[in-house]
Design a protein. Structure first.
Length: 77
């Protein structure tokens, strides 16, 4: 299981590794456009893990994270 909300004290969100990989690969409307909360959290987790492991540079991380967050806000606020 992968915790999408590792710092959540109550109501943590966990998904299977298979589901995680499926969500991260979804890009029907572009990678930064998410159809569900779990997809959005999985992609944020994926980006942050990549940055922490040195697989993505800070500038690219910030741009991708910004796009994910802004697209989510635009669709759900």
């Amino acid at each position: 299981m992968i915790s999408l909300t590792p710092n959540a004290v109550s109501l943590p969100i966990e998904i299977s590794e298979d589901q995680y990989h499926q969500l991260v690969q979804q890009k029907q409307y572009g990678w930064s456009v998410c159809q569900s909360k779990n997809e959005w959290l999985a992609k944020l987790h994926y980006l942050r893990q990549g940055r922490n492991e040195g697989k993505i540079d800070e500038h690219t991380f910030r741009e991708k994270e910004k796009n994910l967050i802004l697209n989510w806000w635009r669709r759900h606020l």
